[in-house]
Write a protein that binds this ligand. Structure first.
Ligand SMILES: NC(=O)c1ccc[n+]([C@@H]2O[C@H](COP(=O)([O-])OP(=O)(O)OC[C@H]3O[C@@H](n4cnc5c(N)ncnc54)[C@H](OP(=O)(O)O)[C@@H]3O)[C@@H](O)[C@H]2O)c1
Length: 266
């Protein structure tokens, strides 16, 4: 008789001690977050990776973080997040996590372990920032969002774009419990309604109102050059920014590149 598949990360979760992991922040949000995600993996231990790790810890998740090198190089920064966060090799992060956040420089996406990530929910927080990443025709091509490029590479993974448009300091400062006044919003884009729902719950658990921008192709509305890039606003204002995109200069350029009528919806 087939056995139910053991959830990823279960072993790490039990080793870490769920009661400790749930003792900080608005831990009550975990159940509200998503029961299918217990361990959040983060690839990239820089500015945004460590902030997202902190938000995940505060939300009651166990968190595994990898940088580009050995875990020892980031051990002290990750230890500062508390006992629910652990520095690990990237291979361990991927194997033991229920969802993996990409918080590395976009050009490094080709380093990602395609096979190990097969079937997994992958949350793409990366941007094409040409001043840092260098001029790249593929990332600058308006016919394709950068998350579609990542999805094309990780063909067997379920990529959802999230957490890319807000600066790391704002992400760090603005997390609030659900219903708090002035709560800010994070836009998400993805092709699968179920995965969008999971990531929406994660965004909520991290302290933000989720706003669905559309499928992965619409992730371009969240990229540098779009009004929503850099947005540190509430859900109503973020929705308005996304709705204004088609009429914006950037939106018209995207429509032209994609052969879409400028007055077409979306
Ligand atoms: N900064 C922001 O406010 C912000 C906000 C939202 C989204 N983002 C996006 O998030 C991404 C990261 O930005 P950041 O500002 O956090 O950059 P960062 O501070 O330079 O950090 C990048 C991290 O990725 C690591 N890394 C590089 N290659 C890796 C690999 N193959 N596997 C695992 N980790 C790897 C780096 O490790 P080493 O230091 O060892 O190379 C570093 O820890 C970018 O795409 C950026 O556009 C940034």
């Amino acid at each position: 008789m087939p056995q139910p598949r053991r959830p990823r990360g279960r072993g790490v979760w039990l080793l870490a001690g769920s009661s400790d992991a749930r003792s900080s922040g608005y831990a009550g949000a975990v159940g509200a977050g998503d029961e299918s995600i217990r361990v959040v993996g983060i690839l990239g231990a820089g500015r945004v990776g460590l902030v997202l790790a902190r938000l995940a810890v505060n939300a009651g998740y166990h968190v595994l973080v990898a940088g580009s090198g050995s875990p020892g190089r980031i051990a002290s920064q990750v230890a500062a997040l508390g006992p629910a966060a652990t520095a690990a090799e990237a291979s361990v992060v991927v194997r033991e996590s229920d969802a993996v956040v990409l918080a590395l420089p976009l050009p490094r996406y080709r380093d990602l372990p395609v096979e190990a990530l097969r079937g997994m929910l992958v949350i793409d927080a990366m941007n094409y920032w040409w001043e840092v990443d260098g001029l790249r025709d593929d990332f600058a091509d308006l016919r394709t969002s950068t998350s579609e490029i990542v999805q094309g590479f990780l063909a067997g993974s379920r990529v959802v774009k999230a957490f890319n448009h807000m600066g790391y300091r704002d992400l760090d400062d603005e997390a609030r419990p659900a219903g708090a006044s002035g709560r800010k919003a994070i836009a998400i884009a993805g092709d699968d309604a179920g995965d969008l729902a999971i990531v929406a719950r994660l965004v909520d658990a991290f302290g933000f109102d989720p706003v669905v921008a559309g499928p992965l192709a619409e992730g371009i509305k969240l990229e540098p050059g779009a009004e929503a890039f850099g947005a540190d606003v509430d859900a109503v204002e973020l929705r308005a920014m996304l709705d204004r995109f088609p009429a914006s200069q950037r939106g018209r350029m995207v429509a032209r590149a994609r052969g879409i009528r400028p007055d077409a919806p979306g």
